[in-house]
Design a protein around this ligand. Sequence first.
Ligand SMILES: Cc1cc2nc3c(=O)[nH]c(=O)nc-3n(C[C@H](O)[C@H](O)[C@H](O)COP(=O)(O)OP(=O)(O)OC[C@H]3O[C@@H](n4cnc5c(N)ncnc54)[C@H](O)[C@@H]3O)c2cc1C
Ligand code: FES
Length: 298
Amino acid sequence: MIRARCEVLSNRRSGAYHSLTLVAPDIAEQAKPGQFVEIGIPEGRSILLRRPFSIHQASRRGGWAGTLEIVFDAVGPGTDWLAGAKPHDMLDVIGPLGRPFSYPAEQTICLLIGGGYGAAPLYFLAEELRARDKLVHMILGARSHDRVFKPIEGKRLVSSLIISTEDGSMGEPGRVTDLMPQLVERTGAQVVYACGPNPMLRAISAFCLERGIPCQVAVEEMMACGLGVCWTCAVPMLAQDGSGWWNVRACVEGPVFNGARIWWDVWLGDEGELGEDEEPFDELDGADEPEVADAWQR
Ligand SMILES: Cc1cc2nc3c(=O)[nH]c(=O)nc-3n(C[C@H](O)[C@H](O)[C@H](O)COP(=O)(O)OP(=O)(O)OC[C@H]3O[C@@H](n4cnc5c(N)ncnc54)[C@H](O)[C@@H]3O)c2cc1C
Ligand code: FES
């Protein structure tokens, strides 16, 4: 993990989003798909906490070597400020943080599913998978066409790309999860990687668990420190042998998790479905299990 003062190289609109490129050679050198950076919003403003963003691209060679790109939606004071950052501004950046996606050793047909700006880290992942001779298919979903992230680049990058929008303004009408059954069938997908809104990740994880398809998801949880200290980002994780559950930190043990291991009902707040006094899993003490690197098993 590196802390660096990084120069803004460019800050452009990309549909409904902003795409910020930083000169960050040391972080770019170490970055892996699924990891994130924490950006400090300059002093003198009322925003104390750093803001976390997935790494969209890390360029280590070529004309723009040593750069990092993030993509963000301006949703509040921190991202509004970032949207106004200009070339040559200097930003305080920590990264790369968190556990990255892991690559399947044997399986070769990969389906990548991105919702909104959640698709951003999947481009970096697609490049790394292709460099390892994997076949990559992608589904991009969004509310409307301006929120479909980089469809033209996606088409160039992967073997097949399907787009869906909730309002039907681009591609298939509906949600990405509506398209999953037919796409898994058609592509013969052996593994699934997903990033986007948590309810979407939950539906994808349930589908994959039912079909026995290994699935890695990059989750978003509120983060205060981003460094493993405060536990703001706790996610309930089922033990590998199903004997109970642990809280794990999305910033250190994640943000990439095996979707089958997250206890979604508790995390996203549908405990009611379990029945009033029912708790199917016991909370486990101790710090033994939370490695959470069993990406390809339940
Ligand atoms: C690992 C990780 C990766 C992320 N990657 C991206 C990315 O690539 N692009 C992007 O646009 N956003 C990303 N986010 C979310 C981003 O960090 C928040 O949108 C940002 O911190 C909001 O800051 P703000 O000051 O603009 O707004 P705030 O006023 O702080 O928040 C505005 C809204 O965003 C929600 N929010 C705030 N922080 C988070 C958070 N950590 N996770 C989820 N929702 C949050 C708040 O509940 C509120 O509704 C990521 C979050 C995490 C944890
Ligand atoms: S954000 Fe502080 S422990 Fe994860």
